[in-house]
Design a protein around this ligand. Structure first.
Ligand SMILES: NC(=O)c1ccc[n+]([C@@H]2O[C@H](COP(=O)([O-])OP(=O)(O)OC[C@H]3O[C@@H](n4cnc5c(N)ncnc54)[C@H](O)[C@@H]3O)[C@@H](O)[C@H]2O)c1
Length: 267
């Protein structure tokens, strides 16, 4: 999607962090943006900020666990902005704890919010993109979905690995139908994500994907999202080190796991 001006984007979790940065950057490119977030004030605030860039931006309260809320969002969008071109499924929450201590209900909440939210979104927005024969979907996964570097947030990692698999399957289906797919895999980004961590069981320490990996600014990730939509890039790794880690794992999965285990045990 080379020319973004006049396009319409829908972003979940757009009220903060990476979603906010993408909303502001897309608006700066002339995109009308719907900022959806469970936090209504944040959604309205970001929509307001985005609209200073000269496009029509709408904030709305939406819980990605609610199928009907997606249907209402679609109806509001079509009524107010006429169509939809870009859908960024970006909400993520973290469920943390030792694997045997995280209750099933917490697993379900995490999978519903991080993964099934995208299934809900697809059921509502994909028919529109298919009918118009164009569009772009951005799914926010995580480095945690690409390789194992920690065991204390298993539901999060599993949900994000599933987002990678979902995105790859969607790309197979949608690329021949002129719809782009981006799977955004951030390493550490300075956002409010710590506000959405639920701990179960014994106290644990959260481990970063790689010692010394830089905490980057969400604004730089917003710019990566815009580039990926423009260039129809599938996999976006926010940190170049992530590529090297993936190569290391592909070359020798046994050694990779042994090295990660040793690093965790010695930390
Ligand atoms: N920050 C990081 O280091 C990092 C790393 C890898 C992946 N990610 C992923 O990036 C995405 C964005 O996270 P962020 O870091 O910008 O965090 P953030 O907390 O700054 O933003 C997330 C937004 O999602 C909203 N939200 C939470 N639950 C919701 C729900 N049920 N329905 C609608 N909105 C909801 C929050 O209100 C918040 O505004 C997430 O999927 C996260 O897993 C972040």
């Amino acid at each position: 999607m080379e020319h973004l001006s006049g396009k319409v984007a829908f972003i979940t979790g757009g009220g903060s962090g990476i979603g906010r940065a993408a909303a502001l950057d897309l608006a700066a490119q002339g995109v009308h943006v719907v900022v959806a977030d469970i936090d209504r004030d944040r959604a309205m605030g970001v929509a307001d900020e985005a609209s200073w860039r000269g496009t029509d931006c709408i904030g709305m309260e939406l819980d990605v666990n609610d199928q009907e809320a997606f249907e209402t969002a679609r109806d509001v969008m079509l009524r107010r902005l006429g169509h939809v071109d870009i859908v960024m499924n970006n909400v993520g929450i973290v469920s943390a704890g030792l694997p045997e201590q995280i209750p099933v209900e917490e697993w379900e909440r995490c999978m519903s919010t991080n993964l099934l939210s995208m299934v809900r979104s697809n059921s509502v927005f994909l028919p529109l993109l298919l009918e118009q024969g164009s569009g772009h979907i951005v799914n926010t996964a995580s480095a945690a979905g690409l390789f194992a570097y920690a065991y204390e947030r298993t539901p999060y990692s599993v949900s994000k690995a599933a987002v990678v698999a979902l995105s790859e399957a969607l790309a197979l289906y949608l690329h021949p139908r002129n719809i782009g797919v981006t799977c955004l895999c951030p390493g550490p980004v300075a956002t409010n994500i710590h506000q959405h961590v639920t701990f179960s069981g014994a106290p644990i320490r959260m481990r970063p994907p790689m010692k010394g990996m830089n905490l980057i600014d969400p604004a730089s990730v917003g710019a990566m999202v815009v580039d990926a939509i423009r260039n129809n890039t599938f996999l976006v790794l926010t940190h170049p080190e992530l590529h090297d880690i993936l190569v290391r794992r592909a070359n020798d999965p046994e050694q990779f796991l042994a090295d990660e285990t040793k690093a965790i045990e010695e930390a």
